[in-house]
Design a binder for this molecule. Structure first.
Ligand SMILES: C[S@@+](CC[C@H](N)C(=O)[O-])C[C@H]1O[C@@H](n2cnc3c(N)ncnc32)[C@H](O)[C@@H]1O
Length: 225
């Protein structure tokens, strides 16, 4: 199971259509989504008008896409109020700058424009090596998920209005809903900053509220396809 399977199942079976993707890159996921309300935000799209046109032929929903080539912080400061004034979000993939505070701002800003039964998917929450799990400034080579795992710990510690868990698939898919949490943590932001990868390895299940991928179907009451 990957983020595309999760998004498509929620759209098809739970009718969550109004979609935001933060961090779109070449549109590998974004262009496949079937929705008339799709918002793309990335400071540097890796596609041009020709690819956009081609993707609209393959999937005509892409004709309605709204593109914002800017950082998510600028998007929320400059455009979000207007873009979401008539239509609230129902589903978002947060996959932009993969660091604790960037991802946290993206989640909190997204929540402000999201319906009460909306769903946020936060990518890259379950890194498998110290190098992949570090801060951007410490990253040297190889796979990098960043420290979005700290964002998960922060939300589970500081937001008693959200239920947060991580599916153990596709580098860790964080699932955030506006529901009473099934369990919480008690870390302060300063303590979260000081957490280490070794600590994550020893406490992965409890810190991330890590669930097997199949839990996705159970949690949302979906048919397996
Ligand atoms: C891992 S890629 C996204 C992949 C895409 N969501 C997918 O599933 O195929 C991360 C993207 O985040 C973008 N990004 C980096 N900083 C950002 C920011 N401050 N705001 C929004 N996007 C950002 C990068 O330009 C890059 O294209």
């Amino acid at each position: 199971m990957n983020r595309l399977d999760v998004i498509q199942a929620l759209m098809q079976q739970k009718n969550r259509k109004n979609y935001l993707e933060i961090g779109v890159e070449n549109g590998h996921i974004f262009f496949r989504i079937k929705s008339t309300f799709k918002i793309a935000v990335d400071p540097k799209f890796i596609f041009d008008a020709t690819r956009r046109f081609g993707k609209a032929i393959i999937n005509p929903y892409n004709l309605n896409n709204q593109y914002f080539e800017k950082t998510s912080d600028d998007f929320f400061a400059q455009d979000a109020q207007r873009v979401f004034s008539g239509k609230k979000l129902q589903l978002a993939l947060v996959d932009g700058m993969h660091t604790y505070h960037f991802a946290l701002r993206d989640v909190e800003n997204t929540l402000a424009y999201m319906e009460d039964d909306g769903i946020i998917i936060l990518h890259d929450c379950n890194p498998q090596s110290a190098g992949a799990a570090g801060r951007f400034e410490d990253w040297e080579v190889g796979e990098w998920n960043g420290d979005v795992w700290r964002t998960i710990i922060h939300l589970r510690s500081q937001r008693p209005d959200l239920n947060v868990f991580v599916l153990d698939c596709d580098q860790g898919l964080g699932i955030i809903t506006k529901k009473k949490p099934e369990s919480v943590l008690n870390f302060t932001p300063a303590q979260i900053e000081a957490l280490t990868y070794d600590g994550l390895v020893q406490n992965r299940e409890s810190w991330l509220n890590l669930k097997p991928a199949d839990y996705f179907y159970e949690y949302f009451g979906l048919k397996r396809v």
